[in-house]
Design a protein around this ligand. Structure first.
Ligand SMILES: [Zn+2]
Length: 302
């Protein structure tokens, strides 16, 4: 019998729980509010794209939340995965280049302006600028003056509905609620992006994976008339993914979520690989630098 291939990232529940206890940046009561927002965006996603997922993937999508973590903890997680993740997959290679990770130049620029190290900016200056995709979805919540701003699912509404809510409040309450509105929509967006990564085929090259996660998330937000917040990827990844979806129809989504069978899979992947040239990747992600590794040889290992 064939070895069962892993089509999506899966966290062992005990490992997840222990990480959650160790890393959670907010109280359990607050975390449940974050989880409720995460659940809402997950439902919207599965309603639209759930048909491209297996039942197992749909279950997993709902059963894992997104960890709220502090910046430093995220770095540790990143280093851990970087150190342990040495496998190179054939599908990771685009034009002989293997994409290891990426960094957004806007983050570096912001830090430089502030006289920082160029490594990161404080979260209050930038909405959820750091997160960890795949494996264990985690994100740094939106902060103001170093304090995490609460989220509430009642704020995950179209902007017109929010304006109507604000009309019933005093000026002070209205002002405060704007932060909750931004924090909620910011979290909703990051949580969905990261959750999508957990069900994407982990063998996809990073630029394709990012284009897909960003594209699906923004499609869901547009369909739901949710506000979202500007992201580092701008709109070009979303626009490009929409174009590709039109061209390849359901096959693209099946490939993205690891559920397209051979030989169709290799055929579509080959076409995608020829589209995602370094020049095209730079165009889709204008402010992103990719950490890459050139393959010595694409042929067999010695
Ligand atoms: Zn991503």
């Amino acid at each position: 019998m064939n070895e069962k291939k892993e089509t999506f990232f899966r966290v062992n529940p005990e490992q997840y729980d222990s990480l959650r206890l160790e890393a959670q940046a907010v109280s359990p009561e607050e975390q449940s509010k974050f989880d409720e927002v995460t659940r809402m965006v997950c439902e919207a996603f599965v309603k639209t794209f759930g048909g491209f997922l297996t039942q197992e993937q749909r279950d997993y999508f709902f059963n894992t939340s997104v960890l709220t973590v502090e910046d430093g903890y995220l770095k540790r997680m990143e280093q851990h995965w970087e150190a342990t993740d040495t496998k190179i997959n054939p599908m990771e290679i685009l034009n002989g280049v293997y994409y290891k990770s990426y960094k957004n130049q806007l983050v570096a620029k912001g830090a430089k302006n502030k006289g920082g190290s160029g490594e990161s900016v404080s979260a209050e200056e930038s909405c959820g600028q750091q997160f960890w995709s795949g494996r264990i979805p985690a994100a740094v919540p939106f902060k103001k003056d170093g304090k995490i701003i609460s989220v509430d699912s009642k704020y995950l509404v179209p902007v017109r509905e929010f304006e109507q809510m604000v009309d019933t409040l005093t000026d002070d309450e209205a002002f405060a609620s704007i932060y909750n509105f931004v924090a909620t929509n910011n979290w909703a967006q990051i949580a969905l992006h990261e959750k999508i990564h957990t069900v994407l085929d982990p063998n996809l090259p990073l630029p394709i994976s990012e284009c897909a996660a960003d594209g699906y998330q923004k499609i869901i937000f547009a369909n739901s008339h949710w506000q979202g917040v500007p992201t580092y990827f701008g709109r070009s990844a979303e626009i490009y993914w929409r174009e590709l979806l039109k061209e390849f129809n359901g096959d693209l989504s099946l490939l993205a979520f690891g559920n397209l069978e051979e030989p169709k899979k290799s055929e579509i992947f080959g076409q995608l690989a020829s589209r995602f040239t370094p020049k095209q990747i730079a165009k889709i992600f204008p402010d992103t630098t990719w950490k890459t590794k050139k393959m010595k040889s694409k042929s067999k290992k010695k």
